[in-house]
Design a protein around this ligand. Sequence first.
Ligand SMILES: O=C(O)[C@H](O)[C@H](O)COP(=O)(O)O
Ligand SMILES: [Mg+2]
Length: 301
Amino acid sequence: MAIQRLTTVEDYKGFLDRFDTFLLDCDGVLWHGSHVLEGILETVSFLRSHGKRLVFVTNNSTLSRANYVKKFERLGIMAEEKDIFSSSFATAVYLKNILQFPEDKRVYVVGESGITDELGAVGINCVSSADDNGVLMTHADMGTVEQDPTIGAVVCGFDINLNYRKLAKAFTYLNNKEQNAHFILTNDDSTFPAPNGVFPGTGSLAQPLIHSLKRTPLIMGKPNKPMLDCFFSNYHTDPTRTCMVGDRLDTDIAFGANGNLETLLVLTGVTTEEEAFAPSQPIKPTFMIQSFGDLVKAKDA
Ligand SMILES: O=C(O)[C@H](O)[C@H](O)COP(=O)(O)O
Ligand SMILES: [Mg+2]
């Protein structure tokens, strides 16, 4: 199926008239970090004024839904926790409901507060690696990394303070065959969209553990089943009138396809136009637009 490129005001209006609900990826669609992209605030207001429902579905595990609400408000977008689905939330739901994680075990978290906050909210005990932020490890320290039999899982997410000490602890817990700790990634995005390009993403940060352990982790976020189940069990929407909007083919657009949704690829994040149109590219969006912020021009139609 050919990708439908949206370029004119009439294209924008025709596209918007097809849908009642938009599942919006965040990094690379709405913002880069704390920089909201051009036209986004106006488009969000325009869509809501026309009765469209907006739901936010992000692989970024660094914030809890409660803190995402604060970020949205700080950046000028009203949002409620019930409309935010993050990979940290999907991870908490999976550990609680699917793994039925035992109460006498703990999760070692290589990541930020989004993970520890969401796991704590469902009553799962965590050991945060934040205590090792900035802690330099020496060769003499190698013998100080000990086993911890209370660790039943290691969860890895985006951790801007990742270091050798954290990796050594995670490796120690995951390499103990008797302990049989679960190895979980909140998501495995290879890169992270930033204002001036991309940086290594969560999936790349976990490679030292994947390579050294020779273990394949369970992955929670888009396009995987835990995030799909987390969304569709909490949010009931008509799939024929719902569009997934994202900047990555291998997470957002694949997630939409896995949920039998039409999809819109934006070119303000990771995926380039050349990548999307490459004949060898197996994942194709339904629609493509330069920026989600362009859609506000439909008001001139
Ligand atoms: O490295 C990461 O974790 C991802 O790049 C980032 O979190 C993506 O977030 P999203 O685009 O799904 O909002
Ligand atoms: Mg994105």
